[in-house]
Design a protein around this ligand. Structure first.
Ligand code: OGA
Ligand code: MN
Length: 216
């Protein structure tokens, strides 16, 4: 892994998020890129909003497709090993109590987007830290598909008055974003080119999140 875990820890405690270019070793990135490109259209699932019983597909909110990552594939496994190092490092330096990690590839076909959302509702989820890794080479401004991140401070906005993002991220190969899941509303602008990303969440043990985790 080419990222410095101390740097991530510092940024998380100070800003709550970090954008890291060239986050992983090039062989891991190439492996993931190859893997995501080799998935057949039957393997991609329409992404839902909510989980388990509340799972519903809602194409008005998001129109990407997903494929869950597992350690059975060697390329995915290399990524999971890096995330395990990150998990242990952050637990040591920030006492975050990160318990496990779940992740999926996402593909945004031409015209796809994901409207503004938060990954975890305060106190209602055991997802505490979000990770997004991009797998697209040579992304251009005209390709769209940027990730826009907004600040936590929910202000009332007059109609027609758009909130300014605190960060815009171009989904270029190797760029990784790590952020506190409850804190940052974010959206993916319409993509004008097939767009690949890998999104994951570090979770705390459900008994720590103050609610019973429904069986999944
Ligand atoms: C998500 C998400 C952003 C991206 O999957 O929850 O916000 O840039 N993805 O792919
Ligand atoms: Mn999200």
């Amino acid at each position: 892994m080419s990222i410095s875990i101390d740097k991530v820890a510092d940024a998380l405690s100070e800003e709550g998020y970090i954008v890291i270019p060239y986050a992983l070793d090039v062989d891991v990135l190439r492996g993931l890129q190859q893997r995501v490109g080799s998935l057949s259209s039957e393997q991609w699932l329409s992404a839902g909003v909510g989980r388990n019983t509340s799972y519903q597909q809602n194409k008005k909110i998001r129109s990407d497709k997903i494929f869950w990552v597992s350690k059975d594939d060697p390329q995915e496994s290399a990524f999971l090993q890096d995330m395990e190092l990150l998990r242990q490092g952050l637990n040591q330096s920030l006492y975050m109590g990160l318990f496990d990690f779940e992740s999926h590839f996402a593909t945004y076909p031409k015209g796809a987007y994901y409207q503004k959302h938060v990954d975890a509702l305060r106190g209602r989820s055991n997802r505490v830290l979000s990770v997004i890794l991009y797998l697209n080479e040579g992304w251009l401004a005209e390709d769209g598909g940027e990730l826009l991140m907004y600040s936590d401070h929910q202000q009332e906005h007059r109609e027609g008055h758009q909130e300014e993002p605190i960060q815009r991220v171009v989904p270029e190969l190797g760029t990784m974003v790590v952020f506190l899941s409850e804190k940052f509303p974010h959206e993916v602008l319409e993509s004008h080119r097939q767009r690949y990303s890998l999104t994951g969440w570090f979770r705390i043990n459900s008994s720590q999140s103050g609610r019973v985790d429904p069986a999944s």
